[in-house]
Design a protein around this ligand. Structure first.
Ligand SMILES: Cc1cc2nc3c(=O)[nH]c(=O)nc-3n(C[C@H](O)[C@H](O)[C@H](O)COP(=O)(O)O)c2cc1C
Length: 174
């Protein structure tokens, strides 16, 4: 894996940009649209066959993805604000929806995600701060305790904002 060097440059999605991807059940990319490639700075060929963490930004806590995987594996839709890392270390924020795909018998056979520019940019500073706090919670713990403690920190934050689910809070911000 390449080192996750970062710049502080933000790539701001245009209103019409829609980033789409599909993965297998393990999160290996099976389809990437040209907008995904253009914004992330990879070719479609580089993206397809790579694990989706190719765009993982080091400011994102592990527990955010733990929460996402728990939801989508149960068949629930995940909505969230995600900071991703482009190939050159720049970052781009997205409002994302991730959900399962199913075969004819109803068994989950992959996942898909659609991402657009967050409609209200003012929520991004808040999420940057929340993710930094959750990363700090994780960093203070051994690896095998990080995801559970981070997920709890996220739930505690949602409660402090008067919401008992991530989905209801995120949907109140779009
Ligand atoms: C459909 C789908 C879309 C995903 N999109 C992203 C994404 O945009 N950015 C990201 O960092 N991880 C994304 N993930 C999660 C990654 O698979 C991975 O769990 C995450 O990057 C954490 O990687 P790590 O466990 O290696 O730290 C996605 C997963 C799925 C199934």
């Amino acid at each position: 894996m390449q080192p996750r060097t970062i710049t502080n440059n933000e790539i701001v999605l245009a209103a019409g940009d829609t980033i789409q991807s599909r993965t297998d059940t393990r999160g290996v990319i099976t389809h990437a649209n040209p907008t995904f490639a253009r914004i992330a700075g990879y070719s479609v060929e580089e993206l397809v066959g790579s694990p989706h963490n190719i765009v993982r930004h080091p400011h994102m806590p592990r527990s955010a993805y733990y929460v996402m995987w728990e939801m989508i594996q149960r068949g629930e839709e995940f909505f969230g604000f995600v900071k991703n890392r482009a190939k050159n270390g720049d970052h781009y924020w997205v409002f994302t929806r991730v959900n399962a795909r199913r075969d004819a018998s109803g068994t989950i056979n992959g996942y898909m995600s659609i991402r657009v520019a967050p409609p209200k940019r003012e929520v991004l500073a808040e999420w940057d701060a929340v993710y930094a706090q959750v990363c700090a919670v994780e960093a203070a713990l051994p690896r095998d305790q990080q995801c559970e403690a981070g997920a709890k920190a996220i739930v505690d934050y949602l409660k402090s904002r008067g919401h008992n689910s991530l989905t209801s809070y995120v949907m109140s911000q779009v």
